[in-house]
Design a protein around this ligand. Structure first.
Ligand SMILES: [Zn+2]
Length: 223
């Protein structure tokens, strides 16, 4: 269904502003500039970012859907608290239910183009290895999320994808630890996973994903 260029342009323009505002608020939350549990002033943000309240409210609605922001009647918006130990354990139980199966199915049904995409994401993550600092770490978090989402997309099950995306794992996890060093360990785990998917080995892919998630849990639990 073709959309005339002029119309498509008009449709895209407000979306881009919305994305920029969303990214700016997201970065302030991830960096701790707006602390976990802290109030978010719509007026102040609108002034800081030089935009009206409308895109701010839209971005906050999106962050609310992602579980990063909550809205309370008469109080307004605040940043969701960090995951507690129980919520962390629950998140990993859900990941272990969903993601090893997604990896198995991906190895089984994906198109060859998926391999190139997964390898490109691995290469981008490898470029960040041994880098320290908030930017590199946040960038790594986004790439890690894209990598796991790509596997779920390629598993070709819309409900599975919704369940995985709905957990917002990486947003919550990468907020628990800030500024960590991007290490070789995670890259090795991802590469083992890609190798199994590339070999179209469902058992191996399931095992590699399970092991990656269990190790990830251990890393975040001690952090
Ligand atoms: Zn990962």
């Amino acid at each position: 269904m073709a959309i005339p260029n002029a119309v498509a342009g008009l449709l895209r323009r407000p979306a881009r502003l919305g994305d920029e505002v969303y990214s700016a608020i997201f970065a302030r939350i991830m960096s701790g500039e707006i602390a976990a549990g802290g109030r978010i002033g719509v007026d102040a943000l609108a002034r800081q970012l030089g935009v009206s309240q409308t895109p701010i409210r839209e971005a906050l609605g999106r962050l609310e859907a992602e579980g990063l922001v909550s809205k309370t009647h008469l109080v307004g918006y605040s940043v969701a608290p960090q995951l507690n130990a129980r919520q962390l354990a629950e998140l990993y139980e859900m990941r272990l239910l969903i993601e090893p199966f997604a990896a198995r199915k991906c190895a089984d049904v994906m198109t060859d183009a998926v391999i190139g995409q997964l390898e490109a994401l691995c290469a981008d993550m490898a470029a960040l290895v041994n880098e320290e600092g908030l930017d590199a770490y946040a960038q790594f978090g986004q790439l890690d999320m894209a990598f796991h989402d790509q596997i779920a997309v390629s598993a070709d099950n819309e409900l599975l994808l919704q369940a995985q995306v709905g957990l917002h794992s990486h947003v919550h996890l990468f907020r628990l630890v800030r500024d960590a060093k991007v290490t070789r360990t995670v890259l090795d785990e991802h590469e083992a996973l890609v190798a199994a998917i590339k070999a179209r080995d469902p058992d191996g892919a399931e095992r590699a994903m399970r092991s990656h998630i269990e190790r990830s849990h251990a890393r975040f639990a001690t952090a």
